[in-house]
Each structure stands twice: as structure tokens, then as C-alpha cells.
Design a protein around this ligand. Structure first.
Ligand code: ATP
Ligand code: MG
Length: 333
């Protein structure tokens, strides 16, 4: 039986953090045995925020090392760098002809970025979902493991895939489905600053590569309040966020104890934070050590990237050939 295809990527805009891990990478690890997987480093996507050439190159190397340190296996999955596969940008150009200004402007992630960087509302930001659609459908992916923040962008990819199929009256592209680790809701790991998501560009992330001292400092500084005064009070967002993180990082028994303490108003946030910090340190330490080791091995990183580029181009060029035929680019010579 042929395996279903999976595609997902991460922007090389900083060190991978707990949000990237639990929203995306954890699913990659689970999928790589049973699916035909393409996991990439989205270096073209990262250009929307204008990195320097040095930042871009270091970022790519870092994410590649982090993928491998987390357990992605280049023998099982195709691990590649987006810009090594020019077919992706060619398909993006074609898809742009059927992507409309209105729908792109209405995308939440575009509106948010435009608000955050009003001095740099470039066309790449606007057409981000089109490039993301190209990333996915160029390998004819059926599943896309991504976090909750990508839900709407994935919805756009589904729309563009279906639109192309209808336009040329052929089921060229499967309509990609979201994939979550446990089949439940898409994951959103909150930041420690009280609201919103943890993000590389938000300045509120705990990185897998972070040293224990810095992790402890960040967790101890997380936003809290004066504590509950009535038994069984609802949790305000910053407190709920700490509990959400704890649910992912800590033993269920421990979470239960703190939950009970919250409900009978005996909770001490300092204790909760200490516990959470230690659980995060225990989880990240072996990964951090592997990242350091792998970063020293340039030859290995280069080999993985070369192998991935070859496999990804093979799949991408087959799709592109079919697409160009359909569009009507037929050779006269
Ligand atoms: P940036 O701030 O540069 O956009 P990011 O931290 O949002 O970086 P991306 O590269 O945009 O990371 O996303 C990579 C993957 O990680 C995506 O699948 C995304 O859904 C997931 N992800 C990112 N942040 C979170 C989060 N806080 N919770 C769950 N998943 C997340
Ligand atoms: Mg993002």
C-alpha cells in the first residue's frame, strides 16, 4: 500500500521553542514511520521579515540541527531547505494568478503582521498563504501537521488546491487535511507574557536550545496575579496559560495537585513555577545537548541537506511537469 504524504515546515527565524515542538515537531516524529514525509526549513518564508544574509544562513543551520536533534531521521523523512527546491516558487507564481486580493487581505495572519510591522507590509506577507499552499501541494500532501496558529493558512491552501483542480477539471491535488498529534484539536502553546501564542518573533518563547538558568528565570518571571480569593474561581488567561503549559510538560498527578490548590485558594504560584521550570529543563536538556553536538558537524548537516534537496526536487518536479502541461505550457520544439 502506498503511504499517505505529509508536508510541514518551520521558518528559520530563531531557535525552535516549545510551541514549535508541541504544535508541530512532535507530530513529525510520530508520522515519520508511517507516512511519506517532507519536512522543510521555510527560508523563503522568513524573507518577509528581512533577515540579514548571516542571520538567514545561521537560522537555516540551526533549525536543521534542531530537527535532527529532536529525532527527525533523514533516512525516513525527506528533510530539506525550501530554497533548494525552485519548483516551489514556480508553482507559487502559477497559484498567485488564482489568488485574490480580497481573500488574502482578510487573512488574520496578514492583518496581524501588517499591524505589527506597518513599515514593511510587503507583497510576500500578503501572498504568504499562496507560497504555503505551494509548499504543501507540490508534493500532493494529504496531511499537514501544524499548530493552531496555521489553521487559517491551511484552510487557504485547501481552497487554492480545490480551485486549481476545478479550473483545470482534474483532481491534480488532494485537499490537504490538518493532522494533530492525538487526533484532537490543533495545539496552541501560549507565551509566558500573559496572552497570545509563544512565537519565535514574539520574544516570549522558551527555546529547546535554552540553557537551564535562562529557562528558570523566564518561568519565574511569567505573568501571574494576586491569586484566587474565592474557591473554584475561573482562571484568568495568564494563569490558565501556565496551567496549559504544565499540562503538556508535567506529570498529570502534579497538575492535579496544583489544580486542587488553585481551587481551594492555597496555591503558591512560586511553587508552581518552580515545578514547571524543572520539568521544562528535564525535557529540553537532552535535546539541547544533541543540538550542540550536531551543530559541530558541518559535513553531516550538508549531507542531510543535499539528500533532502534531491528527494524533494524529484517529487516537486514531477508535480510541476503535470501542472505546466495542464495550464497549457506545451512545448513547440
Ligand atoms: P515566527 O514568529 O517567525 O512566525 P513561529 O514561532 O510562529 O515563528 P513558525 O515557523 O511560524 O514558528 O511555525 C512553525 C510551526 O510551529 C507551525 O506548524 C506552527 O503552527 C507551529 N507553532 C508555532 N508557534 C506555536 C505555538 N505557540 N503553539 C503551537 N504551535 C506553534
Ligand atoms: Mg509563525
Amino acid at each position: 500500500m502506498t503511504k499517505a504524504t505529509v508536508v510541514s515546515g518551520i521558518r528559520p527565524t530563531g531557535n525552535l521553542h516549545l510551541g514549535n515542538y508541541f504544535g508541530a515537531v512532535r507530530s513529525f516524529l510520530k508520522m515519520q514511520n508511517d507516512y511519506n514525509c517532507y519536512f522543510f526549513i521555510a527560508d523563503i518564508h522568513s524573507l518577509t521579515t528581512h533577515p540579514t544574509p548571516e542571520n538567514l544562513q545561521n537560522g537555516v543551520k540551526q533549525v536543521l540541527a534542531e530537527y535532527l536533534a529532536c529525532g527527525l531521521d533523514p533516512e525516513k523523512s525527506t528533510i530539506f531547505i525550501q530554497s533548494d527546491v525552485p519548483e516551489i516558487t514556480e508553482l507559487y507564481t502559477f497559484l498567485n494568478m488564482n489568488a485574490y486580493l480580497g481573500e488574502l487581505e482578510r487573512t488574520t495572519s496578514f492583518k496581524e503582521k501588517a499591524r505589527k510591522q506597518p513599515e514593511n507590509v510587503n507583497a510576500g506577507l500578503l501572498t504568504y498563504p499562496v507560497l504555503m499552499a505551494s509548499d504543501i501541494i507540490i508534493h500532493k500532501a494529504q496531511f499537514v501537521p501544524v499548530g493552531k496558529d496555521q489553521e487559517q493558512n491551511l484552510e487557504m491552501a485547501r481552497k487554492f488546491a480545490g480551485r486549481f483542480n476545478r479550473m483545470y477539471n482534474r483532481e491534480v491535488f488532494p485537499i490537504p487535511q490538518p493532522f494533530t498529534f492525538d487526533g484532537g484539536d490543533m495545539i496552541k502553546i501560549p507565551g509566558l507574557d500573559g496572552s497570545g501564542k509563544m512565537g519565535k518573533s514574539e520574544g516570549n518563547a522558551i527555546a529547546l536550545f535554552e540553557d537551564p538558568k535562562s529557562i528558570r528565570k523566564k518561568v519565574m518571571r511569567a505573568v501571574t496575579d494576586a491569586g484566587p480569593t474565592e474557591p473554584n474561581s475561573p482562571k484568568p488567561e495568564p494563569i490558565q496559560n501556565l496551567f496549559s503549559l504544565m499540562k503538556i510538560m508535567s506529570d498529570p498527578e502534579v497538575v492535579k495537585q496544583f489544580d486542587a490548590a488553585y481551587n481551594d485558594c492555597s496555591i503558591r504560584y512560586g511553587d508552581l513555577k518552580k515545578q514547571l521550570a524543572e520539568d521544562i529543563v528535564a525535557f529540553t536538556t537532552p535535546i539541547r545537548e544533541r543540538i550542540t553536538e550536531i551543530l559541530e558537524d558541518d559535513a553531516y548537516l550538508a549531507k542531510v541537506a543535499r539528500m533532502g534537496a534531491e528527494k524533494a526536487r524529484e517529487s516537486a518536479s514531477a508535480t510541476l511537469k503535470e501542472v505546466k502541461e495542464l495550464i497549457g505550457f506545451r512545448r513547440l520544439f
